[in-house]
Design a protein around this ligand. Structure first.
Ligand SMILES: Cc1cc2nc3c(=O)[nH]c(=O)nc-3n(C[C@H](O)[C@H](O)[C@H](O)COP(=O)(O)O)c2cc1C
Length: 142
């Protein structure tokens, strides 16, 4: 199968609240399961960092749809690469709000990546963005 991983970052719309996030996640879980996409959506200091893994054509049409969504803006594509295997395979979509993480986990992330607002600073660099996502993914499996 032609598997790809897509990572992007965006600024949440000012009005976004927990209910909006829940709506996004409920819909995403349902939709992504149907198109064989797995991944995670991290929310920190009014920014989104999302990773999506799945068949190339499904990912590109999904990203085209997501990037038009008025609940965020300034979508910045960080990486879109072919992969041999999924790394973020546990959920069709899992939302993680870094402001609500356990203090010791947040401290671990802040030490590594720096603080921003009530969350951690989300990096735009491809390697660092992957690293944050990988850490958050495994902290949520523990
Ligand atoms: C930050 C963000 C992440 C999103 N992630 C997904 C996603 O992973 N899968 C998805 O189907 N929709 C996602 N959405 C929602 C889509 O933009 C769109 O509203 C939804 O897919 C429409 O679903 P429908 O065509 O079934 O009505 C996301 C929206 C935002 C703002």
């Amino acid at each position: 199968m032609n598997l790809y991983r897509l990572i992007y970052m965006s600024d949440a719309a000012d009005y976004i609240d927990w209910e909006d996030l829940k709506d996004i996640l409920t819909k995403s879980e349902k939709n992504n399961a149907k198109i064989d996409v797995t991944g995670m959506l991290v929310f920190s200091d009014n920014k989104f960092l999302q990773v999506l893994e799945g068949p190339a054509k499904n990912l590109s049409s999904l990203y085209a749809k997501i990037s038009q969504d008025a609940r965020h803006r300034n979508c910045l594509l960080i990486s879109y690469t072919p992969i041999h295997q999924r790394v973020f395979s546990a959920w069709a979509m899992k939302g993680v709000n870094l402001a609500f993480m356990k203090p010791e986990m947040k401290q671990f992330l802040v030490k590594k990546y720096g603080a921003s607002g009530t969350g951690i600073a989300l990096p735009k660099d491809e390697f660092l963005a992957f690293s944050v996502l990988y850490d958050v993914y495994h902290l949520n499996q523990a």
